[in-house]
Structures are given as C-alpha cells and as structure tokens.
Design a protein around this ligand. Sequence first.
Ligand SMILES: Cc1cc2nc3c(=O)[nH]c(=O)nc-3n(C[C@H](O)[C@H](O)[C@H](O)COP(=O)(O)OP(=O)(O)OC[C@H]3O[C@@H](n4cnc5c(N)ncnc54)[C@H](O)[C@@H]3O)c2cc1C
Length: 485
Amino acid sequence: MLTSPHREGPHSLSPIITRTRTTFQGTHRFPHTAEGKPQPVGWTLISSLRKIIETDLKDSVRVHTKSAFQELIMEGRRAVGLKYSDEAGTTHSRLFGTVVLAAGGYANDHQDRSLLDRFTPELAKLPTTNGPFATGDVIKALLQQDLGAQTTLMDKVQIHPTGFLEVKQPNFHTKFLAPEALRGCGAILLCGGKRFANELGRRDYLTKEVFEHCTPLQGNPGFPIAAAMLLTQEAVDKYGASSMGFYKFKGLVEDVETLENAATKMGVDAAVLRQTLAEYNRSAEKGVDEFGKTVFPVRFPEDAHFYVAFTTPTLHYCMGGLAINEHAEVLREDDVPIPGLFGNNRLGGNSLLELLGFCWHGAWSLGGWPGATRRAAEIPEEGVLSALASGASVAATTMRGQTALMFAASARGAGGQECLQLLLDGRAEIEAKDRYGWTALLYGCRNDCQSQVKSLLDQRAQLKVSTHDGRTAIMLAALEGGSLA
Ligand SMILES: Cc1cc2nc3c(=O)[nH]c(=O)nc-3n(C[C@H](O)[C@H](O)[C@H](O)COP(=O)(O)OP(=O)(O)OC[C@H]3O[C@@H](n4cnc5c(N)ncnc54)[C@H](O)[C@@H]3O)c2cc1C
C-alpha cells in the first residue's frame, strides 16, 4: 500500500539521475547498489530540485532559508500554520491550512534537552556524520507544545563503523563518512597491524568489533577509538580518483606508498603488517577467512602502492521521530491523527529512496499529486493484484503487526475499497489484530471509511472488538465527529 501508488516517484528522477551500473559495497555479498550519474548524486539531486523550485515553481513555492521553525499554530486540534524566526531573529506567523514536517534527525543534538541524552545517553558522546542542523529541534518543539504527539523508535540511532578521523583534530565532533564503498572496493581495517573482523559485515557487527578490538588513536585515552584503514592503489582506482583526491586534500587519507611507511604510520612493526597481508592473500586464494569473509575485492601484494586512513564509529542515522500513520499523518499518543499535520520528522526515514516514497505518499494524502501520478493512484488495486499474482502473502505484517487488509480498510484515497475487496477475495484474515489489538474494522472506523467498514461488516467482521486500551468501534467512529458513528 505504501509503495504501489509511487510508481512514478523514483522514475520521476530519471531526467536528473541516470543509473549506470550496480556496485559492490560494504555489507554486500553480491553487488546490489545502483550507482547514478552524474556524480556526486546527492549534490546533483539537491541542485536540480532547487532549480525546479526556483524556475518552474517560482510562483507557487516560497523558500525561506536561514529560518527556523518555532511552533505550530493550532485551531482547536487542527494544525493550520507555524511560527518561525528569520535570520535576524524576527518571529513570523504564517497560516497554510496544512503543515508538513521534514526537519530531519538529531544525531548532532548536544543542546539543552538533548534528544540523544534523553533517549540514548550511552551514545551521546560519539561523533557524528550529520551536519550542525541535525538537532531534532522540531521534535523537541512539538513535544514541548504538549499536543500529545507520539514519538517512535527514538532510541534507534544507527552507528556507522567508519567515520574518518582527522589526525590533526581527532576530537572534532563532526566527521566525514568513510563510506561502505571504500570497503566494497577492497579497503581493510586493522588494529595493531592485525585484522579483527570481516570488513564487509553489517554496520552493527563491525561497530561492535571495532569497540571490542581497537584502542584510542595514538594510545591517547582522550582520543576516539581508532581502526586503521589500509588501501592499495588498485582499491583506490576502483573507488574513483576524484573522491579520493578530496579525501587526500582534506588530510583524511594519506598516500604512504610503501608497506614500511604504512606500518610506521600505524605505529606497528612492518613484519606484523607483512604477515597480516600474507594471511589475507592466502584467505583470498581459499575464498574464505577466519571471520567468514568470502568476497576479496583486491589482494595486498607487499610491493603494492599503499594508502592509510584512520576511522572511528560515528552516529549516522536516526530511525526515530514523530509517529505517523499510513497517510503520513502525525499521530497523537492515542493513535488518532493530528488533523493538518504530516511527516514524521524525519519524513525521509533512513534513506533517500524511502524519503521519496514518503514524500509522494504524504503529497498524495494531501491531495497534491501531479496529474499523471494521480491517475496511477486511482488504480492502486492493480498493485495489490499484481503483488498477489506474484505470490505475496496476504498475511504479511508490519513491525506493528498491521496487515494489508488494515491499511486497505483505513485508506481514504481512491481505490481503498477495491484493494480491500481484493484482499478479502484473497482470504485475508478479517479478525487479525495488530500489536495494540486493532482489527481492520477498527482501523476503518477510526478513519471514517464507510464503504470499507460496510464491506467488512457484510463479511461478518466482529463489531464487539476493542483495542488493548479499550477503544471500541463506536468510540473510534465517533472521534473527530466521524459520520459512521
Ligand atoms: C554522510 C551521509 C551519507 C549518506 N549517504 C546516503 C546514501 O548513500 N544513500 C542514502 O539513501 N542515504 C544516505 N544518507 C542518508 C540521507 O542523507 C538521509 O536519510 C536523508 O537526508 C534524510 O532526509 P530528511 O529529510 O529526513 O532530513 P535532512 O536531509 O537532514 O533534512 C532536514 C532539513 O531540515 C532542516 N531543519 C532542521 N531543523 C530545522 C528547524 N528548526 N527549522 C527549519 N528547518 C530545519 C535542516 O537544515 C535540513 O535541511 C547519508 C547521510 C549522511 C549524513
């Protein structure tokens, strides 16, 4: 339900980004990351979208830069606008009718009332790859405004195992990312001249191994934990000379040329490093090493040209934010949407494609889809039909235990009723409950979806059910003055 109406979402980027090849990265067992052109993709996306806003949309979109959200303006329980301060500190109030929050995560939040201190105190002192804007201000403002907004997954802050350590200022809090692609192109990680893990393992695994095996940079307890990253010229060539040139320019990667210089840079005996590399090459011949690594992107001949960097685990993604429903509406603690308020701040979740999915979905819920996309949204049952035809299970659930039938029962957009009927025909379990005891009927009642509720009752859905906290169908139907009541 979330992705099927978004057929035009990712495709609509094709005039900006073209997929060129599928690449191998850290955490992969086979290549499966689409690489785009032109590079760098992020910058190309942002600057192209900015151009569209400044030209095609200049009469309909106004951008206020260097301005900060302060609080929502409410009319009763409905969000209708917001207050923000401009660069000079002047406060403005604007009424829009609807508000979409998209102010990102809080991995760089070290202010008073820090969300890191509150939800993940054990991680709060780690450096981060996120910019100075990632302070979660909007989440904090909403919690302070006491609207009863619900947060979710706030303690789920992902650590990236390899942020570059700048040797000249190791305690600088913001780090450049040493991306997975470096390890995917062959970089290995060493402590005391020895390997300690499968460099292509998952982020959580590798982070744990770094903390377990590595020591602070230069043995100084005041410095962060450091793993040395070793690359050969072959790995650097695979990765791309221009990005590597940037790292060298920034002093993050050093061209040390010889194995002896690499050992000196790491503060280890050259004989130890030589033995480590010989073992690595033997494992590569065998196709497996002691850590379970089975992909060896490059070998490490003794006479290769070497590069050295130092890396440390860094806070990278915040999974949490304000809780939203399937229409991207922000939910109160009692699971009822706050009318007029969209986006879970972070709207994008944890990756750029997910971000696109949520943006399109939020826009759809707002009724603001462009014409062609709206036509696609009018027939979402096609997506359900093709998913069922390809063997998708009608019993599959989200982490909260929600089934496709529950989403269809509460879909306010066109096609919800048809999807529901298809799922019922596909023998979806009508009385399935999610983790909080909600059934499809209760979802339909909450969103005032008359035709879906009627179909469910026709199919003898239980009316005398209630959520774990005691809300019945009639109570949910009466919320927000629902006509079903
Ligand atoms: C180094 C790095 C590399 C990454 N690489 C990848 C990758 O390869 N692939 C991928 O899919 N994802 C990647 N990501 C993740 C991706 O960038 C994020 O998931 C995505 O940007 C999140 O989007 P967002 O809209 O939630 O937040 P953001 O992109 O953080 O946008 C939030 C915006 O809100 C603004 N803001 C904050 N507070 C306020 C306020 N009070 N008032 C007004 N505005 C405010 C901020 O200035 C910012 O412009 C990477 C992230 C990092 C840090």
